[in-house]
Write a protein that binds this ligand. Structure first.
Ligand code: TXA
Ligand code: MG
Length: 350
């Protein structure tokens, strides 16, 4: 398949391109597009054939449900059986934005889109290109992250092209994703609100907006948990770079010394090494590739850069990677969730 690649400017969106992309989606085709979290691989959410094509293009297991992207609250009302009060509160505070909520679906949403579930995940993105495209496509775009299954989510179009060129109809390049990590997922279908995937909208922000406690799916925190995570996608090994990544945790000076020691050891064994450092520490490391993921203590910067850096290490053929550890409060909870997955939970505590 020939994939058309187009560049759009967030501040001056070419309407003829949006119209063409919308027509592709309405006809059952696939279009990758930017959002404020990561790039999405879009198809018409109400067309079962489109959802089948999405799974095929990603090489994704079809029991892993897709998120339905909308542009208006009216669109939400049409596809769910009820909207809990808490969900309305969160929608008015955080939509459009990097928040996904789980609802009980009605018959308009095909099971192909929800991986066989009676519930549906819905998000209203704030990215202007995404919003325009959703309207042009008829109101509902099913979109997982636009990576091949198992690879880090793309936050720049270059990596969408790397994974999806030749597999889908169109790729829209809209620049860097602002947030850099996938949306926070909150479930309301089991009564009390529960976080199924941490993201940029933190537990504290949700609790403040709802004036109540919000729990986190235990399977996410306890990696030895026997119960599977409630978001089926969280059970898969995800965000994996091609090389091997370890997280080194401890006092800053000790971490620097240990990473340098490990990296020298790997070098002597003939392996290409990479380090994930901060602006403050990057000059202290000796490795084939040292990358700054942002300023120390700025977990939002780490979120923005992390997935791109993992992809760059792949491009450079890095075989052994070492990362500093980050605070796991606020946005840091989402950063550490993704970093731990990328490392296959390999943590060296000093
Ligand atoms: O930021 C995002 O959410 C990005 C952009 C493109 O919007 N999308 C994204 O989609 O990350 P994806 O498919 O990579 O991740 C969707 C996650 C999976 O873990 C999936 O299992 C979960 O959402 N999910 C979807 N529908 C669900 C449902 N009905 N119940 C529980 N989890 C659900
Ligand atoms: Mg994904």
């Amino acid at each position: 398949m020939d994939t058309e690649i187009v560049i759009l400017n967030q501040d001056n969106i070419d309407k003829s391109v949006i119209k063409r992309a919308g027509d592709i989606l309405k006809a059952g085709g696939l279009v990758a597009f930017p959002t404020e979290t990561v790039y999405g691989l879009g198809g018409d959410a109400l067309n079962p054939e489109s959802s089948r094509k999405i799974y095929a293009a990603k090489g994704r297991p079809s029991d892993n449900p897709l998120i339905v992207h909308i542009a208006t609250m009216d669109a939400l009302r049409k596809i769910v059986t009820d909207i809990p009060d808490g969900a309305l509160k969160l929608a008015s505070r955080f939509w459009p934005g990097p928040l996904t909520m789980i609802f009980n679906k009605n018959e308009l949403v095909p099971r192909e889109t929800t991986g066989g579930l009676d519930t549906v995940a819905v998000r209203m993105p704030s990215d202007k290109i995404a919003a325009a495209l959703i309207e042009a496509a008829g109101g509902y775009i099913a979109a997982p992250s636009a990576n091949l299954s198992g690879r880090p989510s793309p936050t720049v179009a270059k990596y969408v092209i790397e994974d999806m060129d030749g597999r889908i109809d169109m790729i829209i390049d809209g620049g860097d994703s602002e947030v850099g990590l996938e949306s926070t997922i909150v479930d309301f279908t089991a009564g009390e609100p529960m976080i199924l995937r941490p993201g940029y909208i933190t537990k504290e922000m949700l609790e403040e907006a709802l004036s109540q406690d919000v729990s986190i799916d235990k399977a996410i925190i306890d990696t030895n948990s026997k119960t599977p995570p409630k978001a089926p996608g969280m059970k898969y090994r995800h965000y994996a770079p091609k090389g091997e990544l370890a997280i080194i945790e401890g006092d800053s000076e000790a971490v620097i010394a240990e990473i340098n020691r490990l990296s020298e050891e790997a070098s002597l064994a003939g392996l290409k090494t990479g380090v994930i450092a901060t602006e403050e520490t990057k000059a202290r490391y000796h490795a084939d590739s040292v990358k700054s993921v942002g300023h120390a203590g700025r977990e939002d910067e780490v979120a923005h850069h992390l997935f791109r850096i993992l992809r760059e290490f792949d491009d450079e053929g890095i075989e052994k990677m070492y990362s500093e550890s980050f605070a796991d409060s606020g946005v840091g909870a989402a950063v550490m969730n993704r970093l731990l997955k990328a490392a296959g939970h390999k943590v060296i505590k000093l």
